[in-house]
Ligand binder design. Structure first.
Ligand SMILES: [Zn+2]
Length: 373
């Protein structure tokens, strides 16, 4: 903090800003990950490399950190670095509203806009194609709009990138580091990013968050009653993002049907199981919904395995104990093996879901596997 600012009341990172209205993907509060924060404090805003890959499980704050770091770099009145942006100055407001000229977030919206910009017809998928790659390079070669010394590109969920054109375009940028450009890449699977890109970026690991931290955040920021927060935090397995998702009533139905579907596949493989209700209108959502179905299926299969091993104390969802027991009885002596095989199949489906295989194909494949364990 400079002398001129020292008389001010310290500001906290904002959750939302009144104006302009926050988008549905408005930045969340960044919490935990002291090691990452300390690391960047040590590096300082002037010592930043030109590219970082933030890797670690889903929902632990990689994207939230990338945005907070970007906002803090552009903020006109940042209290601290790397996450002390004020949330109130013009640069922060534009950043939060997604209208900053200096921060490019390569999300679905960006990809579709880039297609439209290039005169391409709208696609059902939103993987980063050549049009989006060109657009990134074009935008990153412009002069800073906010008058800052840096243009920042955030490339979230880089696991989904499968096109060589995208890799080549990005590689060219990373091979010629420019102090005026900063690339922030996030991924759940570091090994899915080709070595030539990995080796040109600084890798920063994000660990699962402690249950107690998730529980505290749910109670304090989301007003969840303590007992329910404890339960959700346990199921979230280190992911605040998953915990927050559980609060969403709309997706609760999908999770419930995913659990029933998994149990039905295991218990009565001869019968066609009730299918989870996927959103048929919004193809864009299909992949996100499949991920949620797979996650719930994995948690359920894991609880069936735990139940088969007779260790009900460590169930992730103790309310399902009776259902798990019924399933174990139906599976007979090989229950533990079959549950373990189910987990393997679900893991493989999760891997497939990170490629450009259609969500319906992945789901269909998994259903066949689960019914023939
Ligand atoms: Zn600011």
């Amino acid at each position: 903090m400079t002398g001129a600012e020292s008389g001010q009341v310290p500001k906290r990172m904002p959750q939302t800003v009144a104006e302009p209205p926050p988008r549905p993907d408005a930045p969340k509060r960044f919490i935990d990950h002291e090691q990452v924060v300390e690391y960047f404090k040590g590096v300082g805003r002037d010592g930043l490399a030109h590219a970082y890959i933030f890797y670690g499980p889903r929902g632990v704050g990689k994207k939230t950190f990338a945005r907070a770091l970007a906002f803090s770099l552009l903020c006109e009145d940042a209290e601290s670095f790397p996450v002390g942006y004020c949330g109130e100055c013009g640069a922060c407001k534009r950043g939060i509203a997604g209208s900053s000229g200096d921060i490019i977030i390569v999300d679905e919206e960006f990809v579709h806009a880039a297609d439209a910009f290039a005169g391409k017809p709208e696609r059902k998928t939103s993987d980063i194609g050549i049009e989006a790659s060109r657009r990134i390079i074009q935008l990153m070669s412009l002069k800073s709009y906010e008058g800052s010394s840096r243009l920042i590109a955030i490339l979230p969920d880089f696991d989904n990138v499968t096109s060589d054109a995208t890799y080549n375009a990005l590689l060219k940028e990373l091979e010629e580091p420019n102090p005026g450009k900063l690339f922030l890449i996030t991924t759940e699977h570091l090994d899915s990013i080709i070595e030539t890109i990995r080796s040109r970026a600084v890798l920063v690991r994000f660990d699962p968050m402690p249950d107690a931290t998730i529980e505290r955040e749910l109670v304090n920021e989301y007003k969840v009653p303590k007992a329910r927060a404890t339960e959700i935090a346990r199921r979230a397995q280190g992911s605040l993002g998953e915990a927050i998702l559980e609060l969403d009533e709309e997706s609760a139905e999908l999770r419930r049907s995913a659990r029933e579907w998994l149990l039905a596949c295991l218990r009565a493989p001869g019968k066609l199981p009730p299918m989870p209700e996927f959103d048929k209108d919004e193809r864009e959502n299909a992949r996100a919904e499949l991920d949620e179905v797979l996650r719930q299926a994995r948690l359920t299969a894991r609880d069936v395995l735990v139940s088969a091993l007779g260790n009900n104390k460590v169930l992730l969802d103790p309310t399902g104990a009776a259902e798990y027991r019924k399933t174990v009885e139906a599976l007979g002596a090989a229950a533990a093996d079959k549950a373990a095989n189910a987990i393997d199949a679900i893991n493989e489906a999760e891997r497939m879901s990170n490629t450009n295989i259609a969500p319906a194909t992945t789901f269909g494949w998994l259903q066949v596997q689960l019914r023939s364990l």
